[in-house]
Ligand binder design. Structure first.
Ligand code: DTR
Ligand code: ZN
Ligand code: ZN
Ligand code: CA
Length: 441
């Protein structure tokens, strides 16, 4: 049984190596910001399959009444959005319709915020609402849209009070290339991006010949999903084709931890997969993918029910975690010799599990032992290579050592990645070494 690794531990550093301080035991992994203790998680309710299927019936009726589809720029999409928005408005959500233009047509995202929770630590769950023009798009992606909607309604129905802020989203024009979700992320201010601790994506979660695929992008989120399936004895596989194939891509590209579920599209189920999941080997997971037969008959009820409950479990679990404490520290205590009047040397720190961008007041603590500090030029290198000058050389500054903390506005940099301290001794005579350095986010 995989255990979630999300708990806070002291920072440690291995000689010659670098270690983040977010996770005990295992090597650090990119994941949700750690929490000192998991708040008591109020268990998610079972989400009634009948409610989810009722939404699918509505979406199919909408398609039938609007030219047979719910595609971007068509009346069926607008009617789908209105249906979902009405449900959320009645349940007390703060809804926003965000317009964008693509292919010369206006598209729309629907964003629904649950009042309450810590807005500096937001958990998002989203799905694309548009279909292809070929049909009603009930599995792709009424399934994800209905599951996210019914989970949001369950939050309201149960009076669940999460620690983190909850936001739900329905994207436009995914079928044209994740246009709506891209537009949303592009228009998020950097400070708002860093407030999103997790984005969960649900695109095709009721395929008629289903597989159980869990996104493996962020191990912390993946663990939460895996705990659910393990408790039910359902084997899963890592969803590996998704990068770039659905609406989590813009969030991941912005450095936001992502996760999600998928039951398969055009690819064929193998014999091994059929042995563990049932269904038909040699047949695609969804034979009606992007076809007119993607109707309410194109849904596997067990997969839809199970995945909707997994969605709710993960929203409740992540929503109930206390926000991470300020000041997550990453440190490297490996000594690095600085050659006298020689080439620059670097010391790396791998930062993981910090959502969004680095802060505008990133603290850089350095301890450089040297007999004549005026020899030294010191820079901070961000993961993308951008250099931030911390100290210039100074021919007449004969004092020893550089032991101080610099504050850098690194808000333009994605936090996760390998940062480096670069030190060069530019005058002959006197020498020293990097004793340790650390970053505090
Ligand atoms: N792009 C999605 C279907 C899709 C195909 N592969 C994946 C992987 C992960 C999520 C979704 C998908 C669509 O056609 O909407
Ligand atoms: Zn599709
Ligand atoms: Zn889709
Ligand atoms: Ca020197």
């Amino acid at each position: 049984m995989r255990r979630s690794r999300i708990r806070r531990v002291a920072t440690i550093a291995a000689a010659g190596g670098v270690l983040a301080g977010l996770f005990a035991g295992a090597a650090p992994s990119a994941a949700l910001p750690a929490v000192p203790e998991k708040a008591a998680v109020t268990a998610a309710p079972d989400i009634p399959l009948a409610n989810v299927k009722a939404h699918l019936s509505q979406l199919q009726s909408i398609a039938a009444a609007n030219g047979g589809n719910r595609a971007h720029g068509r009346a069926g999409y607008q009617a789908s959005l209105n249906y979902i928005k009405d449900q959320l408005d009645s349940a007390g959500y703060t809804t926003t319709v965000q317009a964008f233009t693509t292919s010369g047509t206006t598209g729309y995202n629907l964003i629904a915020d649950r009042p309450g929770g810590d807005p500096d630590h937001t958990v998002m769950a989203g799905s694309h609402l548009d279909s292809v023009t070929a049909g009603p798009g009930i599995n792709d992606n009424g399934s994800g849209s209905a599951a996210v909607l019914e989970t949001a309604l369950a939050v309201a129905r149960t009076g669940y009070q999460p620690t983190r802020h909850l936001r739900f989203a329905w994207w436009g024009a995914e079928e044209l290339g994740m246009i709506g979700s891209d537009h949303y992320v592009d228009n998020l201010a950097s400070a708002d991006r860093s407030k999103i601790d997790a984005y969960l994506n649900f695109d095709m979660i009721g395929s008629p010949n289903p597989g159980y695929f869990v996104y493996d992008d962020d191990p912390g989120i993946e663990d939460v999903f895996q705990d659910f399936y393990a408790a039910k004895g359902i084997p899963t596989e890592a969803e590996t084709e998704g990068d770039g194939r659905s609406d989590h891509a813009p969030f991941k590209n912005a450095g936001i931890p992502v996760g999600g579920l998928f039951t398969g599209a055009e690819r064929t189920k193998t014999t091994t997969q059929a042995q563990k999941w049932g269904g038909t080997a040699g047949q695609s997971f969804d034979p009606c993918y992007h076809r007119s037969c993607d109707t309410t008959a194109n849904i596997d009820d067990t997969a839809l029910d199970t995945n909707t409950d997994a969605l709710a479990h993960t929203v409740w679990t992540l929503g109930s975690q206390a926000p991470p404490p300020p000041g997550t520290v990453f440190e490297n205590t490996a000594d690095v010799s600085v050659p006298d009047a020689g080439a620059a040397v670097t010391s790396p720190i791998a930062v993981t599990g910090v959502a969004g961008n680095a802060p505008s007041a990133l603290e850089v603590g350095v301890d450089i032992q040297h007999s004549y500090r005026g020899d030294l030029v010191v820079d901070l290198l961000a993961p993308d290579g951008t250099a931030y000058r911390l100290k210039n050389s100074s021919y007449f500054d004969s004092a020893p050592d550089v032991v101080t903390t610099y504050t850098v506005n690194a808000s333009a940099e994605v936090a996760n990645g390998t940062w480096k301290l670069r030190v060069q001794d530019v005058y002959s005579g006197d020498t020293g070494f990097i004793d340790s350095w650390k970053l505090t986010f």
